[in-house]
Ligand binder design. Sequence first.
Ligand code: 1CP
Length: 349
Amino acid sequence: MTTSFPEHKNDLLLKALRGETVQRPPVWMMRQAGRYLPEYMELRKKYTFFERVETPDLACEITMQPIRRFGPDAAIIFSDILVVLQALGIEVTLNPGEGPRLPDPVQTPERALSLQVPDVHDRLHYVMEALTLTRRELNGEATLIGFAGAPWTLFCYLIEGRGSKDFSRAKAFYFQHPKESHHVLSVITETTIAYLKAQIAAGAQAVQVFDSWSGLLSPEDFNEIAFPYLKKIAEEVTEAPLILYPKGSWYALEALAYRTKASALGVDWCITPEYAREATRNEITLQGNFDPSRLLSHPDDIRKQVHRMIDRFGPQRYIANLGHGILPFVPVENAGAFFEAVKTWEPNR
Ligand code: 1CP
């Protein structure tokens, strides 16, 4: 079945991902739909987190909320990386203020080996439905981004069972059971490839892979545990541009730029734009890297800092974004100043 979508009027993000010349860089914000928006908080009172994620109309509405307010160049579908663990048959709960919890995380090598690739169309059909709805609703005004968690980051939650500062239980499991761990990482990788392909078929025009916890690994461990799977995903998912976001893994930028088929790399605020450009020798689109806490500065300072960030990365092959997700207590006006600053950036101010 082929689905037809409204004509695409805003292709800034896709142009930046293809390395084509733009008038100004595209802008979107990681976690742009969420708790800092009063309209999100209204829906949060009425429905649980997974009701919001699993009901396509609600997921579409939440995705659209920041689009209506700020008019960014991209919309990221409202969902969560942990739905892939649910598709693997693992229970995940989320209570307000607590973060995600897995009541029965994987803690034995036997259970690790028993995991199998599920049918993502069956288990995650609601995400694809939300994407199709949202693509129509966007009416070509913004590019629709689908996403998934990277294998290492999902492995962290699968073993640890909750958020953590160091995911030491997940690391210990890997070091003690490398063979079984690689089985898990392969299963997550295959599932993610099928899932991202399904998202693209349903309307996602670009996809992002979040390796939020890759920075917890040493460079050697990153090369063994994270890199091969990221490379595989980027090799297989060729139907739309792919953005890799390996938070904290500054040492890996060169290899990710040169040895994977990613279209762009997300960078956090702990490295300079100059370093990121040099490491990737200006060969790949970069995305980032505003410190999310800097959105707590005065809006005038936000504007200045955003303009300086664009000057330093340069407007081509660049996607303006935060270095990680927006914090829940950022004033809406400050988020607005960020978007506006990118849209009003000019080379010779
Ligand atoms: O309303 C609420 O209290 C729920 C808060 C919330 C939201 C708004 C969670 C729980 N997930 C989401 C949505 C979400 N998660 C999106 C939506 C699209 C967007 O606007 O960007 C995305 C892309 C994610 C991805 C995600 N979930 C990541 C990767 C990105 C990142 O921030 O590093 C991770 C690590 C998660 C796990 C997760 N889900 C929710 C929370 C609070 C967390 C982090 C838990 C931890 O601290 O380890």
